[in-house]
Design a protein around this ligand. Sequence first.
Ligand code: MTE
Ligand code: MO
Length: 353
Amino acid sequence: MPYPFARPYLTTCGLVPENQESPIHFIEPEITSARYHFRRNHFLYPNLLSFTYWIPIRGNVERPMWISLKELYDLPSVTVSALLECAGNKRSLFEPKVFGEQWEKGAMSQGNWRGVQLRILLEMAGIQEGSVEVVVEGCDRGKRKDSAQEVSYTRSLPLEKAMHPDTLVAYAYNDRPIPFKHGFPLRLIVPGWYGMASVKWIKQIEVSAKPFTGPFQTKDYVYYPEKDSDAGAFPVTAMNVNSSILHPTDRDILSRGIHVIEGLAWSGSEEIVKVDISVDNGTSWAEAELDNDGESGYHWIRWSYEWEASHPGEFTILSKSTDASEQVQPSSPLWNRKGYGYNAVDKVKVKVE
Ligand code: MTE
Ligand code: MO
């Protein structure tokens, strides 16, 4: 990457609460250090009180319990290398425009999360017959614009996803305790799903026999394809197949000669099998080289394409990825009123002089 020593700070969508992202061309291609990790918050940062260090596991369980951090650290742990992408990443690109934080392309990160499988904790407590979801509450709370009541940031997972071996109650990020802004001491990590599922600052875990209806479940993080009605609504879950061009950057002026077009590609459900590049705004396409370590997993892959810019002019460069289940980035995304899951073919414009 071009600037190994100095990178700019995050760009800011809002400070109260704090919502910041990394400029796309400064996304670190392997591991996002905590400093450059985007920050997505619905409320002010919570005050962590002693209860944070004892997590209740309750609800529809045989043996309701409290688990301490110490006990948690002593349980067998696993590490998952996972990409976290905000469902609103790239929201600013929707046409027509939608309301909400106007994220550009950098509300995503990738790193190694270590913790205890949520299913181990659920098995310790013993899930009762008839349970359908696991509800995880965060310590942060406040008022939403749509209600006078204070609420906490709380989300549920279907039982099957909660029991998935890669769903973690994480306590470390890149071999260090999770930084406070990213959920210290414990956060949920739901690899493959958009970031809203990965609840920070876990306060309690509750097994439930009925679907959870809190506002972050049933009002936000729902795709509403219609502007004026809720027809056709469905929940935001796994990350869509997607890609971003890291280099060159949009509106770069390049000299004639060979340029390496580089970027990232990812999907929440399957491995990336192909990335197509166009340097003529989609008239012709060629395959990029995938820097695929052969591992399937939850991380993005890097790709590159050598381009000989032999004559001056303006060029529109596109990247389009395909995953193993043959999902392909569309030329126009599914427009939805809250602006989630933008995944149209990525685009930068450059000028060759
Ligand atoms: N957890 C809590 N407790 N509060 C929040 O506001 N935001 C969610 C999720 N978990 C949120 C949360 C959303 S929408 C995203 S994209 C990720 O956290 C962002 O995680 P980060 O701030 O560590 O990047
Ligand atoms: Mo998000």
